[in-house]
Unconditional design. Sequence first.
Length: 279
Amino acid sequence: MGDSSERHGPRASESPAGTQAVGRALAVLRLFIEAEGDVQITEITQRLGLTPGTAHRVVGALAAEGFLVRNPATDGYYLGSTAILLGQAAQRTLGADRAMPLLKQLNAETNESVNLVVRDGDESVVVMRVQSTLPLRFEQHPGARFPLYSTASGKAMMSRAGDTEAYVRSLPARLPAVTPHTVSSPGQLTGELERTRARGYSIDNEENVEGVRCIGAPVLDAHGHAHAAVVVQVPAVRLPDTRVEELAPRLIEVAGQVAQVVPSDRTMRSAHRRAEPGR
């Protein structure tokens, strides 16, 4: 008997042959984006709803191509050389390898954590990060995801997105509170986006993580739209309003520099539809 995704997925006549297998392989690889250590087969079966047999087949196929490697000491898996080479190729293609020195320079100037974030549907996804070396800092890693409406990155991107009005209309009348400080309604968010557009940068006042303030600037493509943002992330005690005003011009400058090194036809745009195991 197959797993639930096998039983309830689309019929073979509704999708190209092999689509389900490809979707499962991609879903397995996605688990490793946020993994901090080896990933066990049991975790894959639980998170993706696969049977052990299906999980072993998918993982075995990925390992055979070098995307995954089994660790004999833990019996878990980690990303292999093929995945590393693919990631490096993506960074070259998107210009991310040229963006990193700019992020490092901003980090050196501010001694604060700096993120490069892209939009994925209704979420902000951290794709590159330079961590602060100060003892008091917020730990984060590439692959972390957050709602657009509660983050400086999300507000920076949506202030210059091509579908801002459609996005705001799609939101519920009462926005889920990530923290007690999160904007609570689409109307409140609209005001935030208008202020962000006018001044060129966004502010997250402990709206996504209590005790952490962020400022973000959109990375604009050739059409003036944003699919990415540069963000400085700071413990609230180190980021009073006066420092926000001091950092903002340099942040806007760096976001503009990042836009220049990213090819105009590749705005570091992330796919807006995620692969699912059964689709």
